[in-house]
Design a protein around this ligand. Structure first.
Ligand SMILES: [Ca+2]
Ligand SMILES: [Ca+2]
Ligand SMILES: [Ca+2]
Length: 869
């Protein structure tokens, strides 16, 4: 849930370029042909055979064996091990030796010591290791006809302390199996829609330790943990005989049990598990797994188009994703729905081949010539899409839900109301304690030596004000919050959005959605972010890394943020769960912590942001504007002194990030009312060299400077914009969607938003070089023209089919918070894109972030600015 990627609204796309170039050489040059070849050679075979991408394949069934490995701790761990992609959907994963019945996110995972592919044997062998227990196991998966055998081998017996705990597990996606039937040794059952199976409470001493000794549960003083009991136990299970695309049969002489992992954690899966026998070596467990393959199955084409619709004059190209065994249609057509409900074919056009991209083939259908406003749908072969609009105004409201709903719901330290519903009460009333020295944090932060005037676990006053929840979690990630305020100030200064749909009262600590209060919302959001960040600078003395949960058992909280802590000051003299006589403190150690370890780079970013915030707040909240400016000057001076001292101590060390300095100099020039020319001189001294070094990385900040520079600056910049155009065009070669598609463990909508923002500013300043088509590609992608499915990735925005489930704090309800931008289509090695819309719980696909969503606001405004020209 942590966000350590760059969510600044237009930031480095350089690494991405790199990645893409690598991928192009790696994939385009070589294996793409082999993917096709593999498809042709194995696609029609009834047997599961290893293909050139090193997974077992027959048409409709892919069995991956550690193409994706476990990483431990912060990762979902629902993305790894033995995985089955069953008729296009990844329904099975987690095949591994695991140490509990239904593993949670922070349970121990094995490291993959080695992975060996044996093509002759049609098998893959992986060696797994639990370092903590010096415990190795080997998993051998062998294709045998239409099935695979999964076998566990031990060279040494299971360590004594793991006897009864170590077992072979395989996990099944609840949303694809619930309500379907299964038979265990012939006994009839149905997978439950909601979990209500049985558990036992066992002493904590019997609990296998969790990642780094963290604990995912609050035992309420019982000294016991909860262990799920099986739904069923037997030797042969057939799942979903009622659904041929999900049907799977598994048998084992050793026997297994089926569990419902949702009983411990809402993101749990159904788990099939065989405990490894004690005292044995050799082949200790063997399963035969046969996923059903539907005869003659070909994946239905995914017709990508903008669910929000199109402006009459813009390019309109649908990208159609096809199974590699599918034969492309020669043409597709556009149908129009009239006001009387009648339908008529109005356009037929050629379908043009783009070619293979990872697992599928792509063709395009260009219907740009259709310009009459109206209601339309696409027909390709037998498939008719949902309808969409062609109209000048289709994009007018694309940021309203984000601005009116998503962002205010993420305001911390406030009660947030909407109509009859309280989204959350006022969180963290007891404030934040100094994090103890040398503490690692599960959300990837750490506290070194204490560098403030406070003692460990002492209350740092004044921090429970303002700020925004990071994402689906509730911490104030300082770096993200700095980006948020910076994003909002940019939005305010460039576009002056006067929209007022939100009531914000900092004295009442109350937010009411859809209630105008006479003040532009963006100014109120800038104020709210600044209140917390200034409080950090004033009370801690510098910026914290994060204000976050102190215990893992309340970090994974779902629901009302006000219920995460008890609102009472922690008093270690009381017993856990005991309240003081005056009702003001408790012995429950649930208070949030401030991780204060100083980072002068972060302080410099804060200094830049504070300068911008003071400018925006001037005349609206002068007191806060003054405090922000004072913090800016002090932090800048102190941070530079610290950095200079460090440089003196370590003359060969790397200087502070020059790219960041470039932006800071520009910001400070603007912040000082353009009086301090030396900032501008520094900027000018650096910008051309930075552009020469990396134009894609630097063009955005270079364009930011245009309003403040002499006229010849723009003409000097033009050749770089030409180079930038080559970069933008390179995406047409890279993938059928023509936008950067990230392949990391956090999917890439953020990069598409950045791409669209920079392309929009380029189209504004250099329309003769960069036309609007690049920005349109970005909106197309976000609103439905992307791999896997064609739903809009932005929750509830003006589309016929927006995504319906997201990883927000209401994710346990399989719901969304309007205006959220999903990370989107997640890449799974070696060739699968995925975005679950019936399962919210994978953050890499479905979580939105405060920095990302405020970045989307800027993109929306920048895009509308050129789209309306
Ligand atoms: Ca976080
Ligand atoms: Ca307002
Ligand atoms: Ca408390």
């Amino acid at each position: 849930m942590q966000v350590h990627l760059n969510y600044l609204y237009k930031k480095n796309t350089d690494n991405l370029t790199h990645y893409i170039l690598m991928k192009k050489t790696a994939l385009r040059a070589l294996p793409l042909l082999t993917i096709l070849a593999a498809g042709c050679s194995t696609g029609n075979s009834p047997d599961l055979k290893l293909n050139d991408l090193e997974y077992f394949e027959r048409q409709g069934v892919n069995v991956l064996v550690y193409n994706n490995t476990f990483s431990g701790g912060f990762n979902d761990e629902k993305n790894s091990g033995i995985e089955i992609i069953h008729h296009g959907v990844r329904t099975v994963q987690g095949g591994a030796v695991r140490l509990v019945n239904t593993p949670e996110q922070w349970d121990l995972v094995p490291t993959t010591v080695s992975r060996e592919v044996n093509a002759e044997d049609n098998s893959v062998e992986v060696v797994l290791r639990y370092e903590d227990y010096d415990f190795d196991s080997r998993i051998v998966v062998t294709g045998k006809g239409p099935a695979v055998e999964i076998a566990v081998y031990l060279d040494k017996p299971v360590p004594k302390e793991l006897e009864g705990d170590a077992g072979l597990n395989l996990e099944f996606l609840p949303s694809q199996y619930w309500n379907k039937t299964y038979l265990m040794d012939g006994r009839l059952n149905r997978f439950p829609r909601y979990t209500a199976s049985e558990t036992v409470a066992r002493p904590n001493t019997e609990k296998v330790k969790q990642f780094k000794g963290y604990r995912t549960y609050d035992d309420r003083g019982t000294g016991e943990f909860v262990d799920p009991l099986p739904l069923e136990t037997g030797h042969a299970i057939t799942m979903a005989p009622d659904d041929p695309e999900r049907m799977i049969r598994i048998t084992s002489d050793e026997g297994f049990s089926l569990y419902d992992g949702r009983i411990l954690a809402q993101n749990g899966w159904f788990v099939l598990r065989s405990v490894l026998p004690a005292g044995k070596t050799g082949k200790v467990v063997s399963w035969t797994v046969e996923p059903n393959a539907v005869e003659g199955w070909v994946r239905e084409p995914n017709i990508g188009f903008s669910q929000v619709g199109y402006q009459p004059g813009q390019p309109k190209v649908a990208v159609i994703e096809l199974d590699k065994l599918d034969k492309p249609q020669a043409s597709a057509s556009l149908w129009r729905i009239a006001e009387d409900g009648s339908e008529k074919q109005v356009f037929t056009g050629k379908v043009v081949e783009w070619g293979p991209y990872f697992k599928y083939n792509y063709v395009k259908f260009d219907f740009s010539e259709v310009t009459d406003p109206g209601i339309y749908y696409i027909k390709y072969g037998d498939i008719a899409t949902g309808n969409f609009l062609i109209d000048e105004h289709v994009y007018d409201r694309i940021t309203d839900a984000t601005s009116d709903v998503w962002i205010p719901i993420h305001m911390n330290h406030m009660t947030v109301n909407e109509g009859y519903r309280i989204w959350h009460g006022e969180p963290f009333k007891e404030g934040y304690l100094q994090a103890p020295a040398n503490t690692d944090h599960f959300d990837l932060h750490s506290q070194g030596a204490i560098d403030t005037k406070y003692k460990a676990l002492q209350l740092i006053p004044g921090l429970n004000v303002g700020g925004f929840f990071d994402a689906g979690d509730f911490d104030i990630e300082t770096g993200s919050n700095i980006s948020v305020v910076q994003n909002l100030v940019t939005l305010w200064e460039v576009f002056k959005p006067m929209r007022d749909e939100t009531f914000v009262d900092e004295d009442q600590r109350y937010v009411d959605l859809h209630r105008p209060d006479g003040i532009p919302d963006i100014i109120q959001y800038i104020e709210h972010g600044t209140l917390n960040l200034v409080a950090q600078a004033e009370n801690i003395g510098h910026m914290s890394q994060t204000l976050s949960n102190s215990v893992l058992d309340n970090y994974h909280h779902l629901g009302d943020a006000a219920a995460i802590t008890d609102g009472l000051h922690y008093d270690p003299r009381l017993k856990p769960y005991q309240k003081s006589a005056d009702g003001k403190s408790s012995g429950t150690p649930d208070d949030m912590w401030a991780f204060t370890t100083r980072n002068p780079g972060l302080d410099l970013r804060a200094a830049t942001m504070f300068a911008a915030a003071s400018r925006a707040l001037r005349g609206y909240n002068d007191n806060l504007a003054d405090r922000a400016l004072a913090a800016s000057k002090r932090l800048q001076q102190e941070a530079n002194e610290i950095l200079a001292a460090r440089a003196a101590q370590n003359p060969n060390g790397r200087a502070f990030n020059a790219g960041n300095d470039l932006a800071t100099n520009l910001q400070l020039y603007v912040a000082t009312g353009q009086r301090e020319k030396h900032y501008l001189n520094s900027f000018e001294n650096q910008i051309w060299e930075a552009l020469d070094r990396n134009v894609n990385n630097t063009i955005s900040v270079a364009m930011d400077a245009i309003p403040y520079m002499e006229l010849n600056y723009k003409s000097k910049l033009a050749p770089y914009v030409e180079k930038y155009k080559e970069y933008l065009d390179s995406f047409e070669e890279d993938n059928p969607y023509g936008v950067p598609i990230g392949l990391g463990n956090w999917a890439g909508s953020g990069s598409v938003v950045s791409f669209g923002t920079t392309a929009s500013f380029a189209a504004k300043y250099f329309p003769e070089i960069i036309d609007k088509s690049y920005a349109y590609k970005a909106v197309n992608y976000l609103f439905g023209c992307h791999p896997y499915h064609n739903y809009s990735l932005v929750a509830a925005v003006g589309a016929a089919r927006p995504k319906a489930v997201f990883y927000g704090n209401n994710r346990a309800d399989f719901s969304f918070i309007p205006g959220n931008v999903a990370p989107g289509v997640l890449f799974r090695h070696p060739d699968h894109f995925e975005n679950y819309d019936d399962w919210p719980f994978l953050w890499g696909q479905n979580e939105g972030t405060i920095a990302g969503n405020t970045g989307y606001l800027i993109f929306g405004q920048a895009f509308l600015n050129i789209a309306k020209q």
